[in-house]
Ligand binder design. Structure first.
Ligand code: PLP
Length: 394
């Protein structure tokens, strides 16, 4: 129960979860729920995965924190692993997604300042979500997130998502653009998937204009879409990459990776964090990346995602309230023709945790460890729920 000693920024919270194991969580009444939201794309390995638990326990018994005044072997190991799998050059570790994006924004501005630009600009997208710090909420393309927080920092130019021509037009009007910041798939914005060649065209445009391509993979990264990073579907590599959510399976950790010209912008003293990349967080991150590999969970996400998407499309094909079902890997959105937040409570009553984003999109972000049976159950339950909701709504 929320008490007045907590700021009321999260609205009313009716469910109290006290335990998790695998793809299930239990509430304080002992009721079990299939978790199809994974703490918003965080617990990709399910809850209390033994390898993560063991790594965290071992590190808690060894050394929790020393600060970035000293070498941290686990930080170096995790950096090596991430650089290898991403084809980036180097990493800065933060504690959250927003902070990873702050690092990216600072990199872009540093490049602009080195180019002698007084007010370097970053191109951002309508419908984007990049976090809640002042700079990242300004980059976010949702007025509700920004409302009441004026003055917002400058330095951002906004275009529609999935619209290369709009960015080309900006390039003709402005000579101080330094970077494009984009999600490969809009997460909070409603699981919106751009055209197949969008990222390739963005890459080509950034190359031509000498801008940094900065991809926010905080929700899409770490295997969620059936590749380690979503840009790998497009056969490109960004200049700056931000990740967080799934990297620690619940231990807070974020990272900003950079490549090429972007990899040499920060020098000693340019940026930092007290907690960022501490031994505990990095041991968790290492356990996650190793487990994704050893249990073939990224391939599993691709296969499960296809099955879930096709199953939902078949079972909901006759449901008029559904306008589109879309997804990539285990990032799936079911768009309805009306607001449908009530579905969250209705699902909960059936022992299922889901989320509704952008008002009318049911968002599924289940663990990559989902079993075949659970996948089937999820498909059936969601279809039934939405069919019932559609009947009530008419
Ligand atoms: C969640 C999210 C963020 C913000 O991450 P926090 O850890 O909440 O700061 C940024 N970008 C995207 C795409 C996200 O999904």
């Amino acid at each position: 129960m929320a008490t007045p000693t907590l700021m009321q920024n999260y609205g009313e919270r009716t469910l109290t979860l006290v335990r998790g194991e695998g793809n299930y969580v239990w509430d304080d009444q002992g009721r079990r729920y299939l978790d199809a939201i994974s703490g918003i794309a965080v617990c990709g390995l399910g809850h209390c995965h033994p390898r993560v638990t063991e790594a965290v326990q071992d590190q808690a018994n060894t050394l929790l924190h020393v600060s970035n005044l000293y070498n941290i072997p686990a930080q170096q190991q995790l950096a090596d692993k991430l650089v290898y799998t991403s084809a980036m050059d180097n990493v800065f570790f933060s504690n959250s997604g927003a902070e990873a994006n702050e690092a990216a924004i600072k990199l872009a501005r540093k490049l602009g300042n080195e180019r002698g630009l007084a007010t370097p600009q970053i191109v951002v997208m309508e419908g984007a979500f990049h976090g809640r710090t002042l700079a990242t909420l300004t980059a976010t393309g949702n007025e509700k997130v920004q409302e009441g927080f004026a003055p917002l920092p400058g330095g951002f130019l906004r275009v529609p998502f999935n619209d290369i021509a709009a960015i080309e037009q900006l390039a003709e009007k402005h000579d101080n653009i330094v970077a494009v910041l984009a999600e490969p798939i809009l997460g909070e914005g409603g699981i919106r998937i751009p055209d197949m060649d969008y990222l390739k065209k963005l890459r080509a445009l950034c190359d031509k204009q000498n801008w940094l391509l900065m991809l926010d993979e905080i929700q899409t990264g770490i295997g969620r879409t059936g590749k380690m990073f979503a840009y790998q579907h497009a056969g490109i590599v960004p200049d700056v990459l931000t990740i967080a959510k799934g990297l620690g399976n619940g231990i807070p950790i974020g990272a900003c990776l950079s490549r090429g010209i972007a990899a040499h912008l920060f020098t000693a003293g340019s940026h930092g964090s007290t907690f960022g990349g501490n031994p505990l967080a990095c041991r968790a991150g290492l356990a996650v990346v190793e487990t994704l590999e050893s249990e073939w969970l990224i391939e599993r996400a691709e296969k499960l995602g296809d099955r879930l998407l096709r199953g939902l499309q078949i079972q909901l094909s006759e449901c008029d309230a559904v306008t589109e079902i879309r997804g990539l890997g285990l990032m799936i959105g079911i768009e309805l023709n009306q607001p449908c937040v009530e579905l969250v409570a209705q699902a909960r009553n059936r022992g299922l945790l889901i989320n509704v984003t952008a008002g009318n999109v049911v968002r599924l972000l289940p663990p990559l460890t989902l079993t075949d049976t659970e996948c089937q159950q999820l498909t059936g339950d969601i279809s039934t729920l939405i069919q019932q909701f559609a009947l009530q709504a008419v």
